[in-house]
Design a protein around this ligand. Structure first.
Ligand SMILES: [Zn+2]
Length: 352
């Protein structure tokens, strides 16, 4: 069993983390105070607990209400910069050496910012965070479009426009049922023509058709969650038989951005021990471990890895595998990925 210090020190790679789902409770309080936004709790610990309880409640309305508050306090350049900088500092303190953090620019326009101003604010915040973080970290942006809205093409163009300014990819998020990824086919086809990278939230609330569309119709490089791929695997103890789609995902090494604690809150898995990540890792899918919404799940990369270690008896060798899987799957150029694997991840695990 590893010590908490070891888990914290281990270099970790994070591909699926929402900027508006990872604020510090005290920052939410301060920013809300500045703009007169009413919050359900007045002290940071109680507010932090409220976020986790609401996300745990099983009620979609209560879950979505949590984001109403975080998004409400992220409507000015200064507020966004602060949140982005603290995000990077918190991840670095948790031992994350590379992170792709996503958010939907279209949700930060209510006080008059333009899409470009939002992306610039996040970039400045990330740069500040990287400069002052207690440990070295590389942080990049993914721009998300909301799947129930109609701005995906515009956001895809924004991601391409900022590809040399800290944005490394595109994503769609939001309610899966009723909003298949093929609704945004024009955006995905545009990104493919531009040789750009994207991931799609698929196979969390909704099953195999959503995963199949994301990969075979839309051309997703990675799957956000993808837990329901388990529905295409016939398994009994150590014997497993893969359906065509599951085999395709594994054989093509399509990265699965798995977020164990978040999946428990949305009901995509009943417990960590029953989470498909155990079987999928055993079957050598390209599995990565992620946080999704650190504030709403009260979690961190260290906590997610610790929960998995407890449930599946994972050790340092498994952590190394997750980190390298994730780094191989990052959207930055291959040589930059390799540099982090060879100069940061492998040396640490070799000496621990
Ligand atoms: Zn997510």
């Amino acid at each position: 069993m590893m010590t908490p210090e070891q888990v914290n020190a281990a270099p970790k790679v994070l591909l699926h983390d929402h900027l508006d789902g990872g604020l510090r409770p005290e920052t939410v309080l301060e920013l809300a105070g500045e703009i007169g936004h009413a919050l359900p709790r007045a002290e940071a610990p109680e507010l932090g607990a409220w976020f986790v309880e609401s996300a745990d409640s099983g009620s979609l309305e209560r879950y979505l209400e949590t984001f109403d508050h975080t998004v409400a306090v992220m409507q000015t350049t200064e507020a966004i910069k602060r949140v982005a900088s603290e995000c990077v500092q918190d991840l670095a303190a948790d031992g994350v050496v590379y992170a792709e953090v996503r958010y939907a620019p279209e949700q930060h326009l209510t006080k008059g910012l333009s899409l470009e101003q939002v992306v610039d604010a996040v970039r400045e915040g990330f740069e500040h965070g990287m400069a002052v973080a207690e440990r070295p970290i590389v942080a990049r942006q993914l721009l998300t479009a909301m799947r129930h809205k109609a701005r995906s093409m515009e956001i895809a163009e924004l991601a391409v426009a900022y590809r040399d300014a800290g944005v490394v990819g595109f994503d769609i998020a939001g309610a899966e049922a009723g909003y298949p990824p093929t609704r945004h086919l024009d955006a995905f086809e545009y990104l493919q023509r531009e040789n750009a990278h994207f991931t799609i939230h698929a196979g969390e609330a909704f099953g195999l058709p959503s995963i199949w569309q994301a990969i075979q119709w839309c051309g997703a490089d990675r799957l956000g969650h993808g837990v329901r791929i388990i529905d295409d695997i016939n398994h009994d103890g150590d014997k497993a038989e893969l359906g065509r789609l599951a085999a395709y995902v594994r054989d093509r090494r399509i990265p699965l951005e798995m977020c164990p604690s978040s999946n428990l809150q949305t009901g995509a898995a009943a417990s960590i021990a029953e989470h498909p990540i155990g079987l999928l890792a055993k079957l050598r899918f390209r599995v990565t471990v992620n946080t999704d919404n650190r504030l709403m799940s009260g979690t961190s990369m260290s906590r997610e890895l610790t929960l998995l270690a407890e449930a599946f008896d994972y050790g340092l060798e498994d952590f190394r595998w997750f980190a390298i899987n994730a780094m191989k799957s990052a959207f930055i150029p291959f040589d930059e990925r390799l540099a982090i694997i060879d100069n940061v991840i492998k040396p640490w695990y070799a000496s621990n």
